[in-house]
Design a protein around this ligand. Structure first.
Ligand code: CA
Length: 236
């Protein structure tokens, strides 16, 4: 098996700094071994958001174990870092982490609204469920997805990394078959582009680096209201 990956993070067109972090760091590569990929979208005043997302990514990728164990450890690392400096109090982050094993099994864990998708047989499937107020309202039948996408509270999270030690983490296991593609992204992509637009761009770019660049360019053309991060892993 070989995995071809590409990642990129962009400040967007309205923010003056980038609070997202990605793993592997911006670039592209190929491996025939296990690959860890992640996206974190930080929040918090001053430097808090940047530090929260970077701390979470570094903790989760700098250790062994399952995606669940790593996300739990990242949560404790962010809480610990926030506790050391009063200016960082209250910082938090999303974290969506995938460990793709040599047999193509992807072990995914996440907290927040950074998403994982798979493209299988040419179809884009969302793997994760956003831990957001509007996603919970859609789940409860109180909002339509269309209403949620323009709701004033659409960026309000109901779960985040760094707020409480016993954070509830969602996990998913998916198989990447030859030709399948895994996408991790922050909401700066999905708040600007709907799934149909994302699917069309992905279908038009076989090369993961070209696909990542095209998605970020399209999100910026659509407004670029937030930081935009994308990691793509293709199973060859
Ligand atoms: Ca964001």
């Amino acid at each position: 098996m070989s995995l071809h990956w590409a990642s990129l993070t962009d400040v967007g067109r309205h923010r003056d700094h980038n609070e997202d972090s990605v793993w592997p760091g911006a670039g592209t590569g190929t491996t025939d071994r296990r690959l860890v990929a992640g996206v974190a979208d930080g929040m918090g005043g001053h430097a808090g958001g940047e530090i929260a997302s970077r701390t979470a990514i570094e903790a989760a990728t700098g250790m062994g174990g399952s995606a669940l164990v790593r996300v739990q450890a990242a949560n404790l690392a962010v809480i610990d870092t926030a506790g050391r400096q009063s200016r960082l109090a209250g910082m938090g982050t999303t974290l969506t982490l995938a460990i793709i094993a040599e047999d193509g099994t992807a072990d995914i864990a996440h907290v927040g609204d950074s998403r994982a998708y798979r493209v299988h047989d040419g179809r884009l499937e969302q793997i994760t469920t956003d831990h957001s107020y509007v996603a919970a309202m859609v789940e409860a039948g109180k909002l339509t997805p269309e209403e949620a996408s323009v709701h004033p509270y659409r960026s309000v999270l109901i779960r985040a990394i760094g707020l409480e030690p016993g954070v509830d983490v969602d996990t998913h296991q998916v198989i990447l078959e030859p030709g399948d593609r895994l996408i991790l992204c922050s909401d700066g992509l999905t708040s600007m582009l709907d799934d149909a637009a994302v699917a069309k761009i992905l279908a038009g770019h076989d090369d993961p680096a070209a696909a990542v660049a095209a998605l970020i360019e399209a999100a910026n053309l659509a407004g670029g209201a937030d930081n935009i991060s994308v990691v793509i892993v293709d199973r060859g």
